[in-house]
Design a protein around this ligand. Structure first.
Ligand code: SF4
Ligand code: SF4
Length: 388
């Protein structure tokens, strides 16, 4: 069970690509959050596991609520013998060492958004006042990494900063991060020139991955690692995919339920509402959304990359095409780029018998005997036509 509490719609930043809507000051009440936790824990059998995420807006604007709900979640986990994993995604500007110490002590896994070096970050992630948020976000990222070295740093790739994408990967890893995500803005205005830049820059990201492994560093770049794992497993498995409402629910401050926190926005689009805390999940509504998502990928049915493509992700589809059931043109192109680069770097490191790579992906330190290199570049699919 994954339960995300959208603590507030407010944010102190005004990122140009923000999908969280125009921002209101509405925050979750203590009573509603407690009700959501009770509901979420009731879905999990004793001995099971729950992941509770804190999201926004900027969740650290409601630090009091986050602490309150985390302590309550820990109580429920103890009472019901349920394993609790907690996460928070923050823009980092309000993350002090004292707060990070508390989060680390309570086992809350932190992800910090930072778009890269100063110029890149400042291009699209200003404070709401227009001032630069770079110094504060970078300080927050460093505070998090100092207490929790596996903190994920997330940079959004967008047509407005894609020309520096490979430099962003290098910058984030140079800060000491071991886990990074170069999260594409699927809703961006990706013209052909930007797509070509994306493909070229992502090759540079692959080169950075190679460079780190050759230097003995074990780094995780989400878009590459996912594709390598997908190949080694002969396709992404159920456990690698989100469930979009089935076992994964986000709760808005109003009490509306959504299949993914990224679809909450300002809580104003009824297409994605799958119920309310008062009435519970509307099964018919959820199933309509869920099965539409599974049944409409006819555009992809003959694609060789389909088993490891993230066209299963309803919210990424929705941002890229307007339809949760169908991937848009940019998502399709980005997936092909990620797979091509992942195959190149994995094949290279495999044949170099890179010990860090072999230990990470094969749990071996030498090329395993009798194992064929599982990383070959496949012919790419015919891209999904632009749909919106
Ligand atoms: S920090 Fe997050 S919620 Fe705030 S404006 Fe940026 S993307 Fe939106
Ligand atoms: S056609 Fe595109 S979106 Fe569909 S499976 Fe292939 S790469 Fe993915």
């Amino acid at each position: 069970m994954e339960l995300t509490l959208v603590l507030t719609h407010a944010c102190n930043l005004a990122c140009r690509y923000c999908y969280a809507g125009p921002k209101s000051s509405r925050r979750m009440s203590e009573a509603l959050g407690e009700q959501a936790l009770a509901w979420g824990f009731a879905q999990v059998p004793p001995g099971g596991k729950i992941q509770v995420g804190y999201f926004g807006g900027e969740p650290l604007l409601t630090w009091d609520l986050l602490r309150h709900f985390q302590v309550r979640a820990e109580q429920l986990a103890r009472e019901k013998n349920i394993t609790l994993v907690a996460t928070v995604t923050t823009n980092g500007t309000l993350l002090t060492d004292e707060r990070m110490a508390w989060l680390a002590e309570h086992g809350v896994v932190v992800a910090v958004s930072l778009d890269g070096a100063r110029e890149t970050h400042e291009a699209l992630r200003p404070y709401a006042s227009g001032a630069s948020s770079f110094e504060d976000a970078l300080r927050g990222a460093k505070v998090a990494l100092a207490r929790a070295p596996l903190t994920e740093l997330i940079a959004v790739s967008d047509p407005g900063n894609v020309a520096r994408l490979s430099g962003t990967a290098r910058f984030l890893l140079d800060q000491g991060a071991r886990v990074i995500s170069l999260s594409p803005n699927y809703a961006g205005a990706w013209e052909e020139a930007a797509l070509e830049t994306y493909a070229r820059e992502f090759e540079g990201v692959g080169d950075e991955f190679l460079r780190r492994f050759r230097a003995g560093e074990d780094v995780y770049i989400a878009q590459l690692d996912a594709k390598i794992v997908g190949r080694l497993k002969c396709g992404l498995q159920a456990c690698d995919k989100c469930t979009f409402g089935l076992g994964e629910v986000a709760v808005a401050p109003s009490g509306n339920l959504y299949p993914c926190e990224r679809l909450v926005g300002e809580d104003a689009d009824p297409r994605w509402v799958i119920g309310t805390l008062e009435r519970g999940v509307d099964r018919a509504r959820l199933e309509a959304l869920y099965y539409a998502r599974l049944g409409k990928d006819f555009t992809c049915v003959s694609c060789a990359l389909r088993p490891r493509c993230m066209n299963f992700c309803g919210c990424s589809n929705a941002f890229s095409s307007g339809d949760a059931a169908a991937p848009g043109a940019f998502l399709c192109r980005a997936e092909q780029v990620h797979a091509k680069v992942a195959d190149r770097v994995a094949r290279t490191l495999f044949w170099e018998a890179n010990p860090v790579f072999l230990r990470k992906f094969y749990q071996e330190t030498a090329v395993p005997s009798g194992v064929a290199p599982v990383v070959e570049v496949e012919p790419l699919a015919t891209p999904v036509p632009a749909t919106g």
